[in-house]
Design a protein around this ligand. Structure first.
Ligand SMILES: [Zn+2]
Length: 327
């Protein structure tokens, strides 16, 4: 009896199903790949190893083509920017650096962007993924060991995230790869280069700082320095989701900017360096900046995003110099 009722109910459900499908068709249309929905947007795999075929990877690895490794995080970036802003920033820098190296006659390959990093300082915000230092170190080191085993034995880490713990993981990754005879190098440039002191163990590298051959310090060219001062001079450190990163997103990834937010109406969130380091060390970021950003996003313009092109030119010149030192 019981089984019969179940069977009858099931038959009723089945006969109702096509009508329900019809009714909800508006919400359940199969994706039309000719529409903007499926063909627009940004792929962080574009122009990277992930979009290559294995024979192409084998050939590039056989030639020990320099590997550019974009490292970012998925982290709150204020009420207006996508969580992946740092990943987009690292990816963009690598693409621009690849172009710069190509102009100097040097091939390079971009690794698939790495984005599960450490957000110890902003993990109280939803959307800020954070993993432990040991996990990040192991995952990234093993990924780069894969690349080294295939033949990519010159690796340049281009990072777009300042969390001290995240940077400690990167330093350990470089040490581990070097111990295996792989020429992995941390390329420290851009804003991070001006904010982070590799000789300061508390903020960078823990107790085992990078050796000279493990680090490329990129110095701002005159044009880059001037652009940086123009961009951030008025407010002190523009470290997070302020004018600099908002300009980056406006220029290169405009569809990811939240169109519901009036960016030019956002109040500046000035931050004294001592307050910032207190927030970083104590985990009090949300108290220091309730909306999540530090800086002045209202000043952002697409033109100001040019800073990234200037930074990338400096980085590619430094990498080219390390590959072919001038005598
Ligand atoms: Zn950022």
């Amino acid at each position: 009896m019981f089984e019969e009722r179940i069977l009858l109910d099931a038959m009723k459900t089945v006969s109702r199903y096509p009508r329900e499908l019809e009714r909800t068709a508006g919400h359940m249309k199969p994706p039309d790949t000719t529409t903007k929905d499926c063909t627009s947007g940004y792929s962080i795999f574009y122009d990277t190893l992930a979009d290559m075929t294995w024979p192409a990877v084998e050939e590039a690895a056989r030639r020990n083509t320099p590997l550019l490794v974009p490292v970012g995080v998925i982290e709150q970036h204020g009420p207006h920017l996508p969580l992946a802003t740092d990943t987009y920033g690292a990816y963009l820098l690598c693409r621009l650096v690849k172009l710069g190296l190509a102009k100097a006659g040097l091939d390079s390959v971009i690794a698939p962007p790495y984005y599960f990093g450490i957000n110890a300082t902003t993990s109280m915000f939803p959307g800020s993924f954070t993993i432990s230092l040991d996990t990040m170190t192991r995952v990234l080191a093993e990924i780069l060991e894969n690349c080294a085993d295939w033949g990519f034995r010159r690796q340049f880490i281009i990072n777009h995230h300042g969390d001290p713990e995240h940077n400690r993981a990167l330093v350990q990754v470089v040490h581990m790869l070097r111990d295996r005879g792989v020429q992995t190098t941390y390329v420290l440039g851009g804003l991070l280069g001006s904010l982070m002191d590799p000789d300061e163990p508390a903020s960078f590298g823990g107790h085992e700082p990078l050796q000279d051959d493990e680090l490329i310090r990129v110095v701002d060219s005159e044009a880059t320095g001037a652009a940086r001062v123009r961009l951030t001079g008025s407010l002190g450190p523009d470290v997070h989701a302020g004018e600099r990163e908002t300009s980056l997103i406006m220029r290169y990834f405009p569809d990811t900017l939240d169109s519901e937010v009036d960016v030019h109406g956002l109040e500046p969130a000035p931050q004294r360096p001592d307050m910032l380091s207190a927030a970083v060390l104590s985990g009090g970021w949300r108290e220091a900046s309730p909306l999540g950003y530090i800086g002045d996003p209202a000043k952002a313009t697409s033109e100001n995003g040019e800073l990234y092109e200037l930074e990338a030119a400096d980085i590619s010149a430094a990498i080219a110099e390390s590959l072919h030192p001038k005598r």
